[in-house]
Write a protein that binds this ligand. Sequence first.
Ligand code: ATP
Length: 296
Amino acid sequence: MNDQAERLRQMISKAKEDTPNRAKTIGIASGKGGTGKSSFTVNFCLELSRLEQKVLLFDLDIGMGNVDILLGESPEHSILDFWKKNLSFNEIIEKSPSGFDYIPGGRAFNEFFELKGTHLDAFILELDELTKVYDFIFFDMGAGMTKESLQFLLAADEVFLIVTPEPTSLMDAYSAAKHILLSSPETRMSIMMNKTKTEKEGANAYGRISSVLSKFLSKEPKLLGILPDDPAVMQAVIKRNPITQSFPKAKYSRSIRQAAASFLAMNEGFIENTSRPSLFMDRLKTLFSSTAGKGG
Ligand SMILES: Nc1ncnc2c1ncn2[C@@H]1O[C@H](COP(=O)(O)OP(=O)(O)OP(=O)(O)O)[C@@H](O)[C@H]1O
């Protein structure tokens, strides 16, 4: 354990003793499928929990969830049981062997989720309770955007866009960012460059998307980190054991660790006190109630 990580841990536990906080909510999107969003999210959550953060990963790729697969787990329930069996979130939440909790997205080809009526009320109420329990709640969206997943991205305190240097990924990420920022200009956005051949390639690709966003939408997203194209990622997927656990010395694992530590250091000042209503919940309620009754 290096000194820097230890210092960070001590600073955080001191801050936690001083103020009970509300979870910071983060929506993870990519625009295009296959950019490595789920692998990144699982490993990032794992690293944050190693840094003593209480983390919940909500797999919102409903019906096509793969967080449990990446963790090598076969959970009994999934978020689908919230609709089908009226289970509470507490009955669905799984404790991963990697230290963080998660809500599985489940598998069912023709299921879709629609939040309205009593389900919407129960969902909001239960999620509100979870924001008092965790330090971070991550929403892993499916590739592409549905009306529902967009609401979570717009309400979240921050959005991470997982992007590769391929022109198709950059273009899709730009479209996703544009959509989010036009609907919610205050959204904080960070970009994680993935599958890069070199640091320079990652930095250049980030520079391209960031300058277009700055020129056309006056918004410059932060760079969360640059992750290398590393064959160990796929080996870990095959082993169904997150790479930061199965190959802790791999280049990818080192970069994730670095990104998690600097993200945490940057978020040290983020404290939403539990005595106040959550801004995230307020935004989510407003977004869902404004679309309820519009049909479709
Ligand atoms: N940095 C990396 N280096 C090499 N391979 C990677 C890297 N990141 C992800 N991959 C590989 O890319 C593929 C897609 O990864 P993953 O399933 O995490 O993507 P995703 O964006 O969540 O996909 P989708 O959104 O379509 O579900 C997997 O085969 C994974 O092993």
